[in-house]
Design a protein around this ligand. Structure first.
Ligand SMILES: *Cc1c(COP(=O)(O)O)cnc(C)c1O
Length: 388
């Protein structure tokens, strides 16, 4: 197999090597306060083993930490409650650091190890930081994270327990993003910033392979609908990448309908999808984000242009839910299934609750439950009318 980077906008190709993040000519078109221009996709050519997950880094480079292969739940009581016999929950709270982000961190760390890079730096709303810190601890890499002071306590403590260096930013995620880029540009350490490092998208595709393996293994067939909580749009793009690979490998016959689930106070991608305009024009001026679902709270979705192009290409859909709906969904999910999800992940369930009646009951719906409820106890307490 031959592996390379390809610009999703102009098709230019590049070698997968340290220091390469964006497509050079497309990145020059970057506009202020707009999604990243020139995001690269990982691509491959040649013969692949259709049974295995194709990845651009060889297995020996992966750190010894059990990322992925998370369980797919058949939530019997929720199925009865909502008359939804084909509902499934993909439980990514089971990853080592408690979130889906470990899938991307694991691949980025393998890349660093292969190329002899010793330090990884990133900005995060919380989960990417705790995730990179966990995987870095297993891999023996130095990790430096820029985190807004408002990040939930559990995520900040995780970073420190895993032994990473924490830089608290007196500002929002967007400011942390800029500061971390300044640092990696200055020092040459590897940036794991989401979307900016193409491996963050690639690492997330493994979830599509697992879902298809497990559903087909259980006799349910390939998924018809996948519900994804969306902030920067990297999980969304990674999910599409996985299904594109599965289609190319002949493992599925169509790309499922992917639902981008967003919080009302941070819904740039859903609004862009509804816009008749293209590219940056579909995004327009950013609105300041405001939602209690911190992991999906972004002003400018970094992978917005790429995610939008995938949603348009595959007739993906978007659904917007309020913070109130997210908190109700969190409790309904936990009490109806035993799966306690953080608010961002509950957004996938809230989105499904909102549109489920438009989906025929026999069509398979998979909800990505991306992060543990224990990561943000204050938000969960609020949903119960308590203080924490
Ligand atoms: C980061 C994150 C998301 C959103 O992913 P994006 O790639 O930013 O769209 C959803 N849920 C959890 C738990 C996350 O940590």
């Amino acid at each position: 197999m031959k592996w390379f980077y390809r610009c999703h906008t102009c098709g230019a190709t590049y070698e997968i090597a340290p220091g390469r993040y964006l497509c050079t000519p497309c990145a020059r078109q970057q506009q202020k306060d707009r999604p990243l221009a020139g995001v690269l996709e990982v691509a491959w050519e040649g013969a692949a083993d259709p049974r295995s997950l194709p990845l651009p880094i060889e297995p020996p480079w992966f750190a010894p930490i059990p990322v992925g292969r998370t369980p797919l739940w058949a939530p019997q009581r929720l199925r009865e409650q909502f008359d939804a016999p084909s509902l499934w929950l993909k439980d990514d709270t089971c990853n080592p650091s408690g979130s889906f982000k470990d899938r991307a961190s694991w691949l980025v760390a393998a890349f660093a190890s292969k190329h002899g890079v010793k330090e990884i730096v990133l900005a995060s709303t919380g989960n990417a930081a705790s995730s990179m810190a966990a995987v870095g601890a297993a891999a023996g890499l130095r990790i430096k994270v820029f985190l807004p002071a408002t990040a939930p306590l559990a995520k900040r403590i995780q970073v420190l327990q895993y032994g990473a260096e924490l830089v608290t930013v007196d500002g929002n995620y967007d400011q942390a993003f800029d500061l971390s880029l300044e640092y990696s540009n200055r020092t040459g350490s590897l940036s794991r910033n989401t979307a900016y490092n193409p491996l963050t998208i690639e690492g997330k595709k493994s979830v599509a392979f697992e879902v298809v393996d497990d559903l087909i293994g259980s006799g349910a067939g390939a998924p018809d609908h996948v519900f994804v909580p969306v902030g920067d749009g990297v999980i969304l793009a990674g999910v599409y990448r996985g299904f594109e690979d599965l289609l190319k490998l002949g493992r599925i016959s169509k790309i499922p309908t992917v639902w981008a689930c967003q919080a009302e106070g941070s819904s740039a991608i859903a609004r862009a999808l509804a816009s008749p305009l293209e590219g940056n024009d579909a995004f327009g001026e950013p609105l300041p984000s405001s939602t209690l679902a911190d992991s999906i709270s972004v002003d400018v979705p970094r992978n917005g242009l790429h995610a939008l192009s995938k949603l348009r290409k595959y007739a993906g859909k978007a659904v917007i839910v309020s913070d109130g709906e997210i908190l109700v969904a969190q409790k309904t999910l936990a009490s109806g299934s035993g799966l306690f999800a953080e608010p961002s992940s509950s957004t996938a369930f809230a989105g499904w609750l909102k549109v489920r009646e438009s989906i025929p009951a026999q069509q398979t719906c998979v909800l990505l439950i991306t992060g543990s409820g224990l990561k943000d106890i204050a938000a969960a307490a609020r949903g119960l009318g308590l203080q924490a």
